[in-house]
Design a protein around this ligand. Structure first.
Ligand code: ADP
Ligand code: F6P
Length: 325
């Protein structure tokens, strides 16, 4: 059967995430294997509006599967939120012969892809964000690397926290979602994990918990605080004042967004990249690729954007059960 598209474009948008390069490579090489022309759009929608479009061949994506970041660069673009910006973007794509587009990013980027699809460009979204905050999927490109980086950092902080018998408040990324905090908090054996989805602001409860576990023999304390709650430095000051235990705050920050992607991120991103191209070849548009219940699946973008997601209750319960109470 003939491909429904002839020339595909690929862009990365929103925050970068380790594994995006593996997805780009898979899009390029699957596209070429299927006889398509492949073009890279630099700097997300911003580069699209500036017509920063380059031809990609097999070797353009050599030596990138193991690298974090995105070789296409990424950006956020206010102009593209406007109808004029979207029309201009679609015209530029058409002028370059691009009839299929793969957008790697988060919900915001999918909204943009949907607008281009409405203007006649077949568009597929791939979930790329360290935050895991995309409702239609149990996996997002970059999350696995980010939690491993954060876990490693927490393990290191634990060493110094234990040596000084301190309390350490460690803030991890996630925007308004607590998935990174929950995963690396459980994996690093944190005493408390504060999630934006669950935290009731009861700092006195946290202080009591620290005091009780100290009394029971605990020599140091690891508290994971999600970015969505924030204020780790002032929290540390208040905890130190209330408990008399020396307390330090560490915000791990952008280190979580970089680094060589894990095997899982490389593998899943490769599969998702290939699947996006297959969907375009079949004439599909306005779809988002996800990973649910062990399968790679795809959804209508609007349905995907309307889905809701929450921290799995069982994982949250476990996080509380595994610590001193
Ligand atoms: P993410 O894709 O990670 O959610 P953002 O929310 O920052 O990141 O969105 C990335 C870009 O997608 C924005 O800078 C903008 O160019 C585009 N975008 C976001 N929302 C829309 C929208 N409703 N319509 C068109 N484009 C959008
Ligand atoms: O979405 C990824 C993320 O790293 C969030 O966890 C964080 O809130 C945000 O991006 C930070 O964005 P910036 O690149 O603007 O610092």
């Amino acid at each position: 059967m003939a491909n429904a598209v002839t020339t595909i474009g690929v862009l990365t948008s929103g925050g970068d995430a380790p594994g995006m390069n593996a997805a780009i490579r898979a899009v390029v090489r699957t596209g070429l294997a299927k006889g398509l022309k492949v073009k890279g759009i630099m700097r997300g929608y911003s580069g699209l509006l500036n017509e920063e479009i380059v031809d990609l061949d097999f070797f353009s994506v050599s030596d990138i599967i193991s690298r974090g970041g995105t070789i296409l660069y990424t950006a956020r673009c206010e102009e593209f939120r406007t109808e004029e910006g979207q029309k201009k973007g679609a015209e530029i794509l058409k002028r370059h012969g691009i009839d299929g587009l793969v957008v790697i990013g988060g919900d915001g980027s999918f909204n943009g892809a949907c607008k281009l699809a409405n203007l006649g460009i077949n568009a597929i979204g791939l979930p790329g964000t360290i935050d895991l905050d995309i409702a239609c999927t149990d996996y997002t490109i970059g999350f696995d690397t980010a939690i491993n980086t954060a876990m490693d950092a927490i393990d290191k902080i634990r060493d110094t926290s234990a040596s000084h018998e301190r309390c350490s408040i460690i803030e991890v990324m996630g925007r308004s979602a607590g998935y990174i905090a929950l995963w690396c908090g459980i994996a690093a054996g944190a005493e408390a994990i504060l999630l934006p989805e669950r935290y009731d602001g009861n700092e006195q409860g946290l202080i009591n918990k620290i005091l009780e576990s100290r009394k029971a023999g605990k020599k140091h304390h690891i508290i994971i605080n999600a970015e969505g709650i924030g204020h780790s430095a002032s929290m540390a000051k208040r905890i130190e004042a209330a408990t008399g235990i020396e307390t330090r705050a560490t915000i791990i920050g952008h280190i979580q967004r970089g680094g060589n992607p894990t095997c899982k991120d490389r593998m899943y991103a490769s599969i998702m990249g290939a699947k996006a191209v297959e969907l375009l070849c079949e004439g599909k548009t306005k779809r988002v690729v996800g990973y649910l219940n062990g399968d790679f699946v795809d959804f209508d973008i609007n349905e995907a954007l309307a889905m809701k997601k929450d921290i799995p209750e069982y994982q949250y319960e476990i996080s509380k059960m595994l610590v001193h109470r």
